[in-house]
Design a protein around this ligand. Structure first.
Ligand SMILES: Cc1ncc(COP(=O)(O)O)c(C=O)c1O
Length: 399
């Protein structure tokens, strides 16, 4: 009966990573593949207090936590998460930032429209946008984020994208942060060529090194900025938010209304209660940043001499390249051997729309403890050494 499926449903892809997680979540496998935040960082007790208050009826929020609410989101929460440079009526609460991606895609993309994405890029964004049948134009990233100079060259050659999607802070999957200069240049290009910059920033608060940089939004009138409570509180809440230019925000609200009326009132009240507790957040944010710093340091030092990498300034991901000389290995082919030996990663090719990245992999240090990370790195070292030896024995024709 699948001939009954719409073209949209038939064309919707599953996330490679979600599929992979079924394979790697075997007992005994130390998985560096997942992208789940560290559960030790969930403020469980504080959230339980918030949930109780929200449901108490006589408390601050009363029955509102259980009632339908406005599509735009709880007014207090919108005010709380609105950055100083953004007006309240440009803020929309979303069901995770993933919904923000879906809404922006549906508001802007018609089939065949060119859309610039980072290579490597966040798979969930590709998945959300693919439903609208864009023509993806990948632009490479390096250790300073999106190659804005390459984007500039494409624009000069005639490319006219509807939107450019970027994760400016500790990008998923590369861990790279977009430099200040490139943020400014990207904003200038957006104004000059009339496209929307969609800056997706779920990791910005997880900075454990370096100084925070201004959002791209400050350098253009055409930016949508996506934020999320998933990494600072807990992803199961499904609370995110976005800011958008006035000409766009009304369309986003109408599309959201059609999709889910509004984000869970209860989840919004819980998020508001915790995020507005300044004294609590002042202790909580550094605590989770420290948690990720310790894990990142453990994995980076354990991989010294095993893989090429650059240490991120925050977030959850380490992007690694096989050392030059082992270029004959393909990380997609190494993965099953690794799983057999009790370690898993995401092969880098999964993050490219154009088949590149076969000598790369994404490692997440968020889920395992520092001790487990060191053990996982040791196993990976063993697998790569064995795979390399087998490839050498097989001769130059082998990959
Ligand atoms: C770059 C990026 N954007 C968006 C999301 C989705 O987050 P949320 O839980 O807010 O929907 C993720 C989740 O991993 C992500 O890595």
């Amino acid at each position: 009966m699948d001939h009954l499926l719409s073209r949209r449903a038939a064309g919707a892809t599953s996330s490679v990573i979600r599929d992979l997680l079924h394979l790697v979540n075997r007992p005994g496998v130390l998985s560096l593949a997942g992208g789940l935040p560290c559960a030790d960082g969930f403020p469980t007790e504080r959230m339980a207090v918030a949930a109780e208050r929200a449901l108490a009826g006589g408390g601050r929020y009363g029955v509102e936590a259980l009632q339908y609410g406005p599509t735009e989101g709880d007014a207090e929460l919108r005010r709380l998460v609105a950055p100083a440079d953004v007006a309240f009526d440009q803020m929309l609460v979303t069901t995770g930032s993933q919904q923000g991606l879906d809404l922006v895609a549906r508001a802007l993309i018609d089939p065949g429209d060119p859309v610039v994405v980072e290579a490597p890029g966040y798979l969930g964004a590709l998945q959300a946008m693919r439903v609208c049948e864009p023509r993806f134009v990948p632009v490479r990233t390096d250790e300073h984020g999106l190659r804005v100079d390459e984007l500039g060259a494409l624009l000069a050659a005639g490319l006219r994208p509807k939107l450019v999607y970027t994760v400016p802070n500790f990008q998923n999957p590369s861990g790279a942060t977009l430099s200040l200069e490139r943020r400014r240049e990207l904003g200038d290009l957006a104004d000059r060529f009339g496209f929307v910059v969609v800056e997706d920033d779920p990791y910005g608060a997880l900075r454990f090194a370096g100084e925070p940089l201004p959002p791209v939004r400050l350098f253009t009138d055409n930016a949508v900025t996506l934020g999320s409570a998933s990494k600072v509180l807990a992803p199961g809440l499904r609370v995110g938010w976005l800011s958008a230019p006035r000409w766009l925000v009304g369309s986003l609200v109408r599309l959201k209304q059609a999709a889910d009326l509004h984000t869970s009132s209860l989840a919004q009240r819980i998020a508001l209660d915790v995020l507005s507790d300044k004294a609590f957040m002042a202790g909580h944010l550094p605590r989770i940043a420290d948690l990720y710093r310790a894990r990142c340091d453990a994995l980076v030092s354990a991989l010294d001499g095993v893989l090429e990498l650059s240490r991120p300034d925050g977030g959850m991901f380490l992007w690694c390249r096989l050392p030059i000389g082992s270029a004959r290995l393909d990380t997609t082919e190494v993965l099953p051997l690794a799983v057999e030996r009790g370690v898993a990663f995401v092969p880098g090719a999964a993050f490219f729309v154009d088949g590149a990245g076969h000598d790369t992999m994404r490692l997440s240090y968020a889920t395992l403890s520092p001790v487990e990370l060191v053990e996982a790195a040791g196993r990976l070292d063993g697998v790569l050494a064995d795979a390399e030896r087998t490839a050498v024995l097989a001769g130059p024709a082998a990959k």
